[in-house]
Design a binder for this molecule. Sequence first.
Ligand SMILES: C[S@@+](CC[C@H](N)C(=O)[O-])C[C@H]1O[C@@H](n2cnc3c(N)ncnc32)[C@H](O)[C@@H]1O
Length: 254
Amino acid sequence: MTGLPPVDYDKAQHRVYAKARAVGAETMARWMARFAAELPAARPLTILDLGSGTGRFSPALAETFAGPVWGVEPSEKMRAQAEAGAAHPAVRYLAGTAGAIPLPEASVDAVLMFLSFHHFPDKPAAAREVARVLRPGGRVLMRGEFGDRPPGVWWAPYFPRFETVARALFPSLDETLAAFADAGLHHLALHEVQEQYAASEDEAVERLKLRGISVFDHLDDAEIEAGFVALDADRAAGRLRVALSGRSDLLVLG
Ligand SMILES: C[S@@+](CC[C@H](N)C(=O)[O-])C[C@H]1O[C@@H](n2cnc3c(N)ncnc32)[C@H](O)[C@@H]1O
């Protein structure tokens, strides 16, 4: 499967994303500690949150690094959610794309791409833009999904095309590294970060049913509904196996 159409976050995801993908305090603290370990101890640091969505991470970045955060996001409705639900005096949400970042060159200490890179239509152009806005010695922090490192999510067996779509949607680690190497940014580390996705099975299922995961945008309603019927049947029979936490990849480049 190739050439999947881009997910339009203005269509449906903006309505459910913040609730479906809420990050608990402990997981947020774990991410911030991981990011801090990759960045200089000096404060303030200026951070670009590229593909900032509903601003899940932007306020915590401002708090952790005591500096300005630019949340660059093309979807007007995701930005509106960010402005309503993730406002912070040090955070500005800007309209823009990874291919044309609305910031001057050498203006940020780090660029966070949290589950956004795979959405960028022109990855080499995005890598060049990231390299342009980074200060010398700056770091790229990418919470990525890589087609050749599938995380093996617990719900995948209910949606037979899930893995195929995921593989088509996510670039491989090598493709990702090649795009950045051409822009002069090189592989420094790949960490596995343990994330808590939900506090209980009920919460995990309730959130999944919101479909706030972009792979669902590439499945049709009939297969999604059939998947949830099978999932509910397993749940009623006590056969559902939900993983409330799992590993997430953080790629560091510089
Ligand atoms: C899965 S969401 C992640 C949002 C946020 N980083 C988070 O973790 O909550 C992906 C985001 O990437 C944005 N996006 C899609 N294409 C983009 C592009 N070309 N440049 C920047 N962001 C883009 C989408 O609009 C969406 O808000």
